[in-house]
Design a protein around this ligand. Sequence first.
Ligand code: HEM
Length: 419
Amino acid sequence: TRLTTTLAPWTDSTLPLLARGYAWLPDRMRATHGGPVRTRLLGRPAIALRGPAAIGFFYDERHISRTAALPGPVLDTLFGQGAVHTLDGDAHRARKAMFLALLKDEAGAAALADHVVLQWSEALTGRDGGRRVVLFDETALILARSVCAWTGVPLSDEAARQMAGDCTAMVDGFATLGVRHWRARAARARQEDALAALVRLAREGEELAGDSGTAFEVVAWHRDADGRLLDPHTAAVELLNIIRPTVAIAWFAVFAAHALHRWPSHRDLLRKDADGHYARAFAHEVRRFYPFAPFVGGLAATDLTWQGETIAKDTLVLLDLYGHHHDPELWDAPYRFDPQRFVGREPGADELVPQGGGDPAHGHRCPGEDITVALLATLAAELAALDFDVPEQDLSIPLSRIPTRPRSGFVLTTARQDP
Ligand code: HEM
């Protein structure tokens, strides 16, 4: 039986959400046995939904609009003002087509993975052993260098470090009001200014170091639905919408390290995995098991009815992603980490939704999912192949914090090579 909880209109859940993090919505959902949860967020009536049918409902463009759905503080940190995330209809389709052409390309994803393998080996293998490395920071830097080279954004060594730090700050600070939030705003402002200046230079005919046909060129010369070039600032926002989330794969990389440390049997399976099938299944299970995007949201475009529930126009509609992946109705033993779930098969579109649901070409589902799986599988295989020790540290993953990760960032010491 499904129940709906209705709260008095003055009960706003913004503070409980900020305080309880990933646990907030699943706890509320438990009380309704997975049924819709009515609440208020940021002073607005809201309803949260979960499950495969809810995904179909949410990703029907006639139901949910994104323009004006995302709060300013989230745009000023995570996505950027004017980002593809905020567009609807034809404007969204034209902008999204640019991302899909750049990111849904097998050869492109493989080339990016090659960059990562090269950067990983320069940073972590073939050096003197006994080095202490914070895996989160090291992987963010490897990913920043790789994606900027691949995108055609030239960076000095110092600028690459700044980019890695700024991209992780943008993700780390979007769901808090404290010091992390202000760091995220400063990081975004700095990188938007730098990339907008590069776009202006390229349009004035300046040759950049990258090859032609790069993502940088495509974004710099992309024409929107109105036939116009993006203004340099919006072009910078969208370049960051490729660079930042690629760097954010560092969150999944430390989760992969956490899983290998807790359940070491997967390490041998990855080491023996000649065709990369197990690494892919492992990457899918990391994306299912560990918390990253808690939910997605939009506004009811019109008065709607969902399984007999009335949802008034402009209600904030949330789709519970984290809870979906731990719902015992949908998963056998959801709290068991088990890549076997995905061995020999790819998950269904609305089965595994850590990066949104539906069809990326017709809705807002992440266009970077193939790249995420390819890079995460690559990093998991590299980690399994590396000989390292894990010193005493705090590996707990606080669910009260969005986004979360092992508190220590996963410290490892590379093994000393035999002379
Ligand atoms: C959208 C998650 C990696 C580019 C999204 C959405 C989620 C998400 C939840 C929103 C879906 C929705 O609103 O319905 C993630 C996670 C990643 C990741 C957890 C792992 C680090 C990437 C990568 C790229 C990327 C690697 C690009 C290289 C985008 C873009 C959108 C998006 C451009 C906006 C799509 C739209 O509004 O139509 N992602 N993503 N993401 N993601 Fe990702």
